[in-house]
Design a protein around this ligand. Sequence first.
Ligand SMILES: Cc1cc2nc3c(=O)[nH]c(=O)nc-3n(C[C@H](O)[C@H](O)[C@H](O)COP(=O)(O)O)c2cc1C
Length: 182
Amino acid sequence: MANFLMLYSTTDGHTLEICRRLQQQIEAGSQSVTLLPIDEAPATAAELEAFDRIVLGASIRYGRHGKPVADFIQRHRALLERKPNAFFSVNLVARKPQKNTPQTNPYLKKFLRRVRWQPKQMAVFAGKLDYPRYGRLDRAIIRFIMLITGGPTDPASTTEFTDWSRVDAFAQELCRHDSMNG
Ligand SMILES: Cc1cc2nc3c(=O)[nH]c(=O)nc-3n(C[C@H](O)[C@H](O)[C@H](O)COP(=O)(O)O)c2cc1C
């Protein structure tokens, strides 16, 4: 039975929701998942060594994943690369079919280039647009971006673009040891 460490970086909680779904699916396959915000990741190599596989998930805010994600990768690169590992990104650009894979999503590609890391498994998920939750400035900026990119602009609306069947498919992939070692 594999013992997963799943670390997430979120602002509004959607990445955590995706992690919970992955956790549920993985645990349904009799594997165990320790789910933590990346700020509370085990700090020492010895603690990290206790896990068989490491999965990182992070959302995009104004073009960037949270800084703790890159910091974690830099700090634990050698250990990370010795283990089956995976990364997924959550963003709204991925609502566009031509930008929703690891090969086509600009944020994921740019981030991995910048941190010089090639995860063994990767995914991109379209996120959630939740205008009522945003502060005035963020709401105005996101509305403008949606206006110019053809997305929803009603400031009272919430739209979840996540394709949960793709999340489930990724969970299955994570469970397959061979593909994570690939
Ligand atoms: C202030 C703000 C900035 C955002 N910037 C981007 C962005 O630059 N590109 C993008 O594709 N999505 C962007 N998003 C969309 C988020 O990535 C999306 O809502 C995601 O589901 C958030 O996940 P989280 O709740 O885990 O933080 C932004 C959202 C907010 C609220």
